[in-house]
Design a protein around this ligand. Structure first.
Ligand SMILES: C[S@@+](CC[C@H](N)C(=O)[O-])C[C@H]1O[C@@H](n2cnc3c(N)ncnc32)[C@H](O)[C@@H]1O
Length: 303
């Protein structure tokens, strides 16, 4: 990476970003310019939109920037370098041992918040919470909600606890984090039939699917892969979610783009669920499914 130097040793940030963009593109990074700008913004502790306020950087900053760009070129995830990921109103800390929240999940959070817009003090359960980002995005938008979240991996749970603590220290309402497997019947028994909303972004990638180096080398495998068809976690999760929901309660599950038929079919097969709807992401790919627990239990739909 090169930069225009003056007598003061200060260099052009614009030139440094251009060089970084080229380096990241050559390394196969999918959004090289965005990442080059994000890394500069992180280093200068300013929003990306304010980089223009820093036309020149000193030698120390230029060296630090080069080091970050080298790590990103080696396909270390951008969010591990900045330490942060944002979904909706939640910015969470992330790093080794926890899944990095993806922009697609924003859509799940929006649908979930719409569904509880008219519900006072809603009860919310986020299954497979990872960093806690969905639970915290809902808690931030709806301070009146009682938010519960479950995570099995001790490493990910530690990140979720840290994020939940930061949420409280910045004035947010506490969430209830539970460590364990969502299929452990004792873990959520007290919430059976009470949830106005259940959300989940579980592991759903079919085993053996080729993934980018950022995923293969840095996301925990148990957060990504879920059996030959990617449904090993979603199948039992649907039963767990159906048991948690109150009549009329809303369910949103993110899934793989290849599961736009299989996951809705699994939901539609449950008599206790109706209004099954599939949703696409900004690129038009099937991304998440929603449903409601039927309002009236009849002999035909009691389970
Ligand atoms: C794709 S990550 C999603 C994390 C977070 N919801 C998000 O959107 O960023 C899935 C998470 O589910 C957790 N997980 C997988 N199977 C689980 C199970 N049976 N019970 C509880 N958590 C599980 C993984 O450890 C991982 O943290």
């Amino acid at each position: 990476m090169t930069g225009a130097s003056g007598n003061s040793g200060r260099q052009s940030l614009r030139v440094a970003i251009l060089a970084a963009t080229e380096q990241l593109a050559a390394a196969g990074v999918p959004s090289p310019q965005v990442d080059a700008e994000e890394l500069a913004a992180h280093l200068l502790a300013v929003p990306r939109t304010k980089l223009g306020l820093h036309p020149l950087i000193d030698q120390h900053t230029a060296d630090a920037y080069r080091a970050l760009v080298d790590r990103r070129s080696a396909r270390e995830p951008l969010q591990h370098l900045t330490g942060l990921a944002t979904i909706g109103r939640a910015t969470v800390r992330v790093g080794p041992g926890v899944f990095i929240p993806r922009v697609e999940t924003e859509l799940v959070v929006e649908a979930a918040l719409d569904a509880i817009a008219e519900v006072d003090s809603p009860v919310v359960v986020d299954l497979c919470t990872g960093s806690g980002v969905i639970a915290l995005a809902i808690a931030a938008a709806r301070p009146d909600a009682g938010v519960h979240a479950v995570e099995r991996s001790p490493g990910a749970l530690a990140w979720a606890r840290r994020n939940a603590d930061l949420h409280v220290s910045s004035g947010g309402t506490p969430i209830d984090l539970r460590g364990g497997d969502i299929t452990d019947e004792r873990l959520l028994a007290d919430l059976d039939g009470t949830a106005d909303l259940v959300t989940a972004n579980p592991p759903y990638v079919p085993d053996g699917t080729p993934v980018d180096p950022e995923v293969a080398d840095h996301d925990p495998a148990e957060a990504v892969f879920a059996g030959p068809d990617g449904l090993d976690v979603i199948r039992p999760l649907i039963s767990v979610a159906a048991g948690l929901l109150r009549p009329g309660g809303f369910l949103a599950i993110e899934h793989d783009a290849s599961q736009g038929e299989s996951v809705p079919a699994l939901l539609a097969a449950r008599r206790v669920l109706d209004q099954v709807a599939e949703h696409v992401d900004l690129a038009g790919r099937p991304r998440f499914v929603t449903a409601r627990r039927v309002r009236l239990a009849t002999a035909a739909n009691r389970d």
